[in-house]
Design a protein around this ligand. Structure first.
Ligand code: FAD
Length: 334
């Protein structure tokens, strides 16, 4: 492989129901910096059915060009069809760096593409940089339970691929005057070649909170003692109009569903305010919330590790303090 043949930074533009996923716009912001440092173009690859109108947003948010695959075969996301388009595009245009959101779709697609192209993929990246001279992507992510940051290089293969966690990179303010080129690509993939058919989409109608998008999160842990104790968390959250988060131990005890879990094996959150109540502050929890704007911890153990990672700490019994807070906030918000 001649590495010099590969040029440019690409972002996979994830879209659903006519809207671009926020993480893709964040990656255009991050990709712009990498491309400028290298002096190469930034491109978005946009795949879907009827998605052409979104190409202008991709350019407004930082891309120099958009490779567009607009065809009914891409109506629903399927690994097979999308990976064929992405692989053909990579073989034709040879990007040096290729970024995907670390979403279910992004992770699924990036791993399939990296395997087929036999190149390196760094998963769940939280920091990106590039060596302007060598073009080596420096993709960093927490490792060993968040105790160290590992910077991973892909020295011998191209493209250098990474999935990046949502809400970590900063998107650029859209500039509607930015000019870019939309490159329409033909698809070689045909419906009869695909083994997967989407027969029906069944939506989950249970009310799912997106805690990764919340401004205020009230999170509870094992210290709440049981489902009745955990009710206090719901009451404080309702008072503040906040979302509810939880430690893994609270989830495993069955007090709350898994999609509320914050941490290494849960969701990474960056709210403006994060309450950690009856949560000890294990590293696997901290990696999921330590970038919150303001962290307020309530724990009866003054030696709990959470006090080493919070802005304000209240040492005391949650069953005494949380009702007082609810009362005070209710009065203040009347
Ligand atoms: P505990 O550690 O039991 O802490 C309870 C705290 O409540 C204590 O500090 C105690 O002092 C306090 N307390 C008790 N009673 C009261 C009271 N009345 N008032 C106030 N405070 C009180 N954990 C996660 O959270 N998220 C993850 O994604 C995650 N992923 C993991 C992945 C791996 C591979 C592993 C090995 C572990 C993972 N864990 C995760 C588990 C993690 O290591 C901890 O076990 C877990 O976070 C502890 O949950 P906790 O803080 O609720 O419980």
């Amino acid at each position: 492989m001649n590495l010099q043949d590969y040029r440019g930074v690409w972002v996979f533009i994830e879209q659903k129901n006519g809207a671009i996923a926020p993480v893709s716009l964040e990656l255009l912001g991050a990709g712009r910096k990498l491309a400028d440092k290298r002096g190469v173009p930034l491109a978005g690859i946009l795949i879907g059915d009827g998605v052409r109108p979104l190409a202008a947003d991709v350019i407004a948010c930082g891309a120099d060009n958009v490779y567009l695959y607009d065809d009914p075969i891409f109506h629903h996301y399927r690994t097979e069809s999308f990976m064929r388009a992405v692989i053909e595009a990579c073989q034709k245009h040879k990007p040096e760096i290729f970024l995907f959101g670390a979403t279910s779709t992004g992770k699924d697609l990036a791993s399939a593409v990296a395997t087929d192209l036999a190149t390196g993929l760094t998963a769940d990246t939280t920091q990106l940089d590039v060596d302007a001279e060598t073009g080596l992507l420096e993709a960093s992510r927490p490792a060993f339970g968040g105790n160290i940051m590992a910077t991973i290089l892909c020295k011998k293969d191209r493209p250098q691929m990474a999935t990046v966690r949502p809400k970590v990179m900063k998107r650029l303010a859209p500039d509607l005057k930015r000019k870019g080129e939309i490159v329409e690509e033909a698809v070689s993939v045909r419906e009869e070649d695909l083994r997967t058919k989407v027969l029906e989409i069944v939506r989950d109608t249970t009310q799912r909170v997106r805690i990764d998008e919340a401004d205020v999160i009230v999170a509870g842990g094992k210290g709440l003692g049981g489902p009745d104790g955990f009710e206090l968390i719901h009451r404080l959250a309702a008072t503040l109009g906040a979302s509810v988060g939880a430690s893994r131990d609270a989830v495993e005890a069955g007090w709350i569903e898994h999609h509320h879990q914050v941490g290494q094996t849960g969701v990474t959150v960056t709210p403006k305010i994060y309450f950690a109540i009856g949560i000890s502050g294990a590293i696997q929890h901290l990696v999921g919330m330590q970038n919150s704007g303001l962290i307020i911890a309530i724990n009866k153990d003054p030696a709990a590790p959470i006090f080493g990672s919070c802005h304000y700490g209240i040492v005391g019994d949650a069953f005494v303090i949380v009702p007082l807070l609810i009362e005070a906030f209710q009065k203040a918000l009347q």
